[in-house]
Design a binder for this molecule. Structure first.
Ligand code: WE7
Length: 158
């Protein structure tokens, strides 16, 4: 778990099969290309326990593959330890934010900063919408939002 300079980020959405695994994979690739991946603990998780153990949605994997991004993630639910182990917990929409803040209230001395990933978007698209009932274009939009936000987040922590 420990990393050399202790930077850590957990990306979170409802089921950890659509948005947050895309964000995690995009951020890991950017950090790798920037030569700083060893300084980071990077993971993703769900507010719900619905999809635990599942791979990312096939449409998300297709989107990532089209952009030469890999993911071997399997869905997991956010745990109490996550609020201690991660400096940043970045989520996708207001519902995620409410669920995470409610969970955080049950963890003594939690250190994680809980924020919307979209707060880092230079194009100011604050919410990354759930593409679950959407199309390939919706996944593409999620990917582009994640790219912009992850780039800005990485720069703000370099
Ligand atoms: C989703 C989802 C997403 C919605 N990934 N699921 Cl059926 C269901 C019920 C509780 C938790 C989860 Cl995770 C799921 C399956 C997986 N991105 N988005 N469901 C969704 C979207 C809009 C309105 C209602 C739901 C449940």
């Amino acid at each position: 778990m420990a990393t050399t300079s202790g930077k850590s980020v957990l990306f979170v959405c409802l089921g950890n099969i659509c948005r947050s695994p895309i964000a995690e994979a995009v951020f890991r690739k950017m950090a790798t290309e920037a030569g700083v991946v060893d300084q980071w603990l990077i993971d993703s998780g769900a507010t719900s326990d619905w999809n635990v153990g599942c791979p990312p949605d096939a449409r998300g994997l297709a989107c990532l593959k089209a952009h030469a991004v890999d993911s071997a993630h399997r869905a997991r639910q956010v745990t109490k330890d996550d609020f201690m182990n991660f400096e940043f917990i970045l989520c996708m929409d207001e519902s995620n934010l409410r669920d995470l803040n409610r969970k955080a209230n049950n963890v003594k001395n939690h250190r994680a900063k809980i924020e919307l990933l979209g707060a880092y978007d230079p194009q100011k698209q604050l919410i990354i919408n759930d593409p679950y009932y959407g199309s390939a274009e919706d996944f593409e939009k999620v990917y582009e939002q994640c790219r912009r936000c992850c780039k800005a987040f990485l720069e703000s922590n370099s």
